[in-house]
Design a protein around this ligand. Structure first.
Ligand SMILES: NC(=O)c1ccc[n+]([C@@H]2O[C@H](COP(=O)([O-])OP(=O)(O)OC[C@H]3O[C@@H](n4cnc5c(N)ncnc54)[C@H](OP(=O)(O)O)[C@@H]3O)[C@@H](O)[C@H]2O)c1
Length: 331
């Protein structure tokens, strides 16, 4: 094969995500120059953050993907040619390779991974979801045994790991999800103490029933109407970790936040974070996460699409809740 496929962003999303935003191109496979390596990607991740990266917003934590540029994503692959002193042919790596079968790299931001680990496991646990859960919950949230955590997007890639890490630390964990199947999965398989279906449950009543001692830690992945109910049940000195607000990503007018009064009355700490600030800490984050993985405390499910065409069609699953676990593409 002398050519490979990649997908470029050619239009910015307005209300909907669909294949018309992208263009698939065929390109000659490049040779690495001195100091470069060539990676053949086997799996790439699809993430809600892509909605932000595709927008024209230049004020965010990372510049937008330029129109005509290969769409940004993280992934796992194998080094197939190298003129870089630190990378050898055959090594397995993860990094921001983009929507492409082959990628040239200078080695910056690339992490070597154990050849024996399945790509699904790497992208579901050790890559962005696990790093985010570790940074957000363990480093910022500082969970303590006996506390109550509520996590939104609880059956998703990040939320499912946040809940399991919190269970491993001895917290009571309540997950907010969008279907009965997801509610059943987080309780019966992942061991959460309860689940709230934000689409069908009486939010205030169910939350009160499942958090009799209030909420100490709120890990926010979604926004949406349940946010104000959780905010209202925060205990004194509670912590709110704002990881994502997917309910607002495609809306013209983000939902109004709750009144700030509770922040004073309950002496709350509210902390937003984004992982690109922490790329240089990946080895330390993995070292923190690894013991939970090795002791079998973290389960995951991967939702694998096949091929770049499926990637272009697959992004809406993240906003309509159609993904059952970590959404990724096998190339
Ligand atoms: N701060 C960071 O650096 C960082 C890093 C990674 C991820 N994130 C954020 O974390 C969140 C979760 O990401 P993920 O990769 O783990 O995705 P994910 O949870 O695997 O997939 C997205 C899920 O969000 C839920 N959802 C979609 N629209 C919703 C709405 N209007 N209201 C409530 N829930 C909705 C859906 O689940 P249901 O079926 O349950 O509705 C969907 O399956 C996202 O907001 C993402 O942007 C932030």
């Amino acid at each position: 094969m002398s050519h490979y496929h990649a997908v470029k962003l050619v239009r910015r999303p307005e209300k909907a995500l669909d294949a018309s935003l992208f263009e698939k191109v065929s390109l000659p496979i490049p040779e690495p120059a001195e100091g470069q390596l060539l990676v053949r990607q086997s799996h790439m991740s699809l993430d809600p953050a892509m909605i932000g990266w595709m927008s024209a917003d230049t004020e965010s934590y990372i510049p937008p993907v330029a129109l005509g540029e290969v769409m940004r994503s993280s992934g796992v692959g194998e080094v197939v040619a190298s003129r870089h002193p630190d990378f050898a042919v055959g090594e397995r790596v993860m990094g921001m390779f983009g929507w492409t079968q082959y990628a040239l790299s200078s080695g910056a931001g690339i992490t070597k991974i154990d050849a024996a680990l399945p790509a699904e496991m790497v992208l579901s646990v050790l890559a962005l979801p696990g790093l985010t859960a570790t940074q957000g919950l363990l480093r910022l949230g500082k969970p303590k045994a006996g506390e109550t955590l509520v996590v939104t997007g609880a059956a998703g890639s990040v939320g499912s790991l946040v809940g399991q890490l919190a269970k491993a630390e001895g917290l009571r964990v309540i997950g907010v999800v969008g279907s009965e199947d997801k509610a059943q999965w987080v309780v019966d398989t992942l061991g959460f103490d309860g689940a709230i279906n934000y689409k069908t449950d009486d939010l205030a009543a169910k939350l009160a029933e499942l958090t009799p001692n209030g909420v100490d830690l709120f890990f926010e992945n979604t926004g949406g109407p349940i946010q104000q109910h959780i905010f209202g049940r925060m205990n004194a000195h509670g912590r709110i970790i704002v990881c994502g607000l997917i309910a607002d990503y495609l809306s013209d007018t983000p939902a109004p936040g709750p009144s700030w009064l509770n922040i004073i009355k309950k002496r709350l700490t509210i902390q937003g974070f984004t992982m690109p600030d922490h790329w240089h800490e990946i080895p330390e984050l993995i070292a923190t996460l690894l013991p939970y993985v090795q002791s079998g405390k973290l389960q995951y499910r991967a939702h694998v699409l096949e091929g770049l065409d499926a990637a272009m069609e697959g992004l809406p699953l993240l906003v309509n809740g159609g993904n059952q676990g970590k959404l990724m593409v096998a190339l």
